[in-house]
Design a protein around this ligand. Sequence first.
Ligand code: PA5
Length: 443
Amino acid sequence: MKNLKLDISKAGVEITPALQAEAQRANALLQSGEGVGNDFLGWVHLPSSISDAELAALQAQADKLRAKADLVICIGIGGSYLGAKAVVEAMTDPFKLLHKKQQDPTVVFAGQNISEDYINALMAAAEEHSIAAIVISKSGTTTEPAIAFRLIKAAIEKRYGKQEAAERIVAVTDKARGALKTLATQEGYPTFVIPDDVGGRFSVLTPVGLLPLAVAGVDIAALVHGAQEMEQTTADGTPFEQNPSAIYAVVRSALYRSGKKIEILGSYEPRLQYINEWWKQLYGESEGKQGKGLFPASVTLTADLHSMGQYIQEGERTLMETIISVAAPDHQVVIEPDAENLDGLNYLAGKRISEVNRMAELGVQLAHVDGGVPNIRIELPKVDAHTIGGLLYFFEKACGISGYMLGVNPFDQPGVEAYKKNMFALLEKPGYEEATKAIKARL
Ligand code: PA5
């Protein structure tokens, strides 16, 4: 395990040979493609299948957008949003916008909500920048990004003209079907394809994630390389004790079976906050079905110790916790001595902030374990494109194994259709006439 260490010593789980065998069988099914949902297993060998030519084409397109725009609006929702958002947040300076001189364009997101005020604020801010857009939708028919794109496309065309708009808008969608594909072909937008056999929440290492990330200045070759290494490390045939994804899947499955209902993912690095959000979609959509599955929740620490800490320590004992721990920060900041010591902090003088953060982490871990919250610790040596690529694939592989151990199809999401039917009926979409009558009668 070159870029990730897994510590399950405080999970309180006995890994029996039977559990190991279950995980190994699940991993073998992912490899052989004989399990349920096997038409969506393209992600399993995705990292190793990405060619240098594909990366170069993505980088070349990203460079064109980077040259034209200082603000790139990335439009998508769910799996067509969270991966890029997670890695952009992890890899970019949180105070970038406060620096007067910026090298990389700012990547912002739209289409992940239907808030009038959000899109209004974004469009107003966009007026002060040179802009471009990446519109991402696998189905090409999702309402939220389609609404945002209609507005942003019109703004780009109004400002630059239709011909130049076709140089500033890139589509990432299905190779053949969907309204976005039709529109992209008609308007002559450069287009990248989302493979048929990769579902939204597993698509961060396709152009869905890689194009926006390259625009944001992330080293996508290093990201993919990290994922490739993890693909090898977690491949079928790896002994159980050397496969971090299998171990993680087994421990969380065993805790679920012993009565834990909620898994909290947390980190002491705020830049990883959206990795939590990406993970919540990955596990929530993959496992939350048939009345089963750990509920994925998240905290950002130490901030949430001052809000959620009480519940985690003493609330319902249905929680388990997984912490992403970062061994080395990128920079050093040392606490200074103070002659007056009015704040009483001189006992910390000369220590790095990260030492204090580490002691908080270790102290919280023991307190939570003592309080009945089993702990899994995932340690990254540092946060960079390589380690994040490895982390993403680690979670994906563990999700596939864990979903099979749970006895569900981890690669479908039938439940997300329910709200759409109601929304379309309420909006009186053509074709929903009967549903409209029925739902209005219920209001
Ligand atoms: O994981 C999924 O399949 C979903 O979250 C989708 O990614 C999301 O609904 C967006 O779909 P699309 O890319 O088709 O617009």
